[in-house]
Design a protein around this ligand. Structure first.
Ligand code: NDP
Ligand code: 8X3
Length: 253
């Protein structure tokens, strides 16, 4: 029986890259996201390219009932999840706190914190019953530092950092591994989503230096997932070579 990885937010960027890396390593996959067309296309590709089994779950992590229902309705054999990658997340807007949008704040908190909690509760209970498992949480440099106008996004990623530490403590007696991977700037659809479809503004974020690409992060996550049973990476921060911290990026132009 192949190992199973459950990846939230597999329709683009880091989640999609993780799906490719774990399929390459012969994992069967549960991939989730809101954009069904992309999930179907990815599942078809992975089945063809790597001959793995892929199960699609189409839900919005902000909707607790749908999230828990979709997960609990999986057939029992798909609940033997070895690796959960809590990746679904987003940023919305980049304004000072007094100008921020209530809707943007709700969207980030509901997705990055509450959505991650809904998925983690269900899957950690499976892992406890199974007697094995590894949860990998996508944090961010924004979960380690705060940068100008990043306020609520940074707060959600600080929350992920805290939850990662909390999960590590709470799940320790059950032998479940818990890891946070915190990337710096990765060129994905992240900035396009943050700037609500403004592609030109999004592109400028990555101009003048070489950012990470999604595959860099996925290979790092695979490194964490493929350590021997007695080794756990608790917390890993990775940056483009041109970035030393949150706002400190060396630009050539
Ligand atoms: P992308 O925008 O490329 O991917 C985000 C993924 O999250 C998509 O698959 C999207 O799927 C999913 N998602 C977003 N909202 C929801 C929702 N409400 N319900 C279900 N799925 C959702 O961004 P990245 O790949 O860059 O981001 C992935 C993770 O990495 C995020 O947690 C992000 O905060 C974090 N990160 C990103 C960095 C970067 O610089 N890019 C750096 C550090 C951390 P769909 O829209 O189909 O639902
Ligand atoms: C994404 C990286 O620096 O845009 O988490 O917040 S950053």
């Amino acid at each position: 029986m192949a190992k199973i990885a459950l990846i939230t937010g597999a329709t683009s960027g880091i989640g999609e890259a993780c799906a490719n890396v774990f399929a390459r390593e012969r994992y069967d996959l549960i991939i989730t996201g809101r954009r069904m067309d992309r999930l179907e296309k990815l599942a078809d590709f992975l089945k063809f390219e790597y001959n793995v089994n892929v199960r699609i779950l189409n839900f919005d992590v902000r909707d607790r009932e749908t999230t828990v229902g979709n997960l609990e309705n999986l057939p029992e054999e798909w609940k033997k999840v070895n690796v959960l990658i809590n990746n679904a997340g987003l940023s919305q807007g980049l304004e000072p706190i007094n100008e921020g949008s209530y809707d943007d704040w709700d969207r980030m908190i509901d997705t990055n914190v509450k959505g991650l909690l809904y998925v983690s509760k269900v899957v950690s209970n499976w892992m406890i019953a199974n007697g094995f498992g590894h949860i990998i949480n996508l944090g961010s440099i924004a979960g380690k530092e705060v940068y100008a106008n990043g306020n609520v996004y940074c707060a959600t990623k600080h929350a992920v950092d805290a939850l990662n530490k909390a999960m590590r403590i709470d799940l320790l007696p059950h032998g479940i591994k818990v890891t946070a991977v915190h990337p710096g700037a990765v060129e994905t659809e992240f900035s396009e989503v943050r700037f609500k479809g403004d592609k030109d503004r999004a592109k400028k974020v990555y101009e003048g230096f070489e950012p990470l690409v999604a595959a860099d992060v996925a290979e790092t996550i695979w490194f964490c997932a493929s350590r021997p049973p007695h080794v756990n990476v608790n917390d890993l921060l990775l940056m483009p070579t041109a970035q030393s911290g949150g706002a400190n990026i060396f630009r050539k132009q």
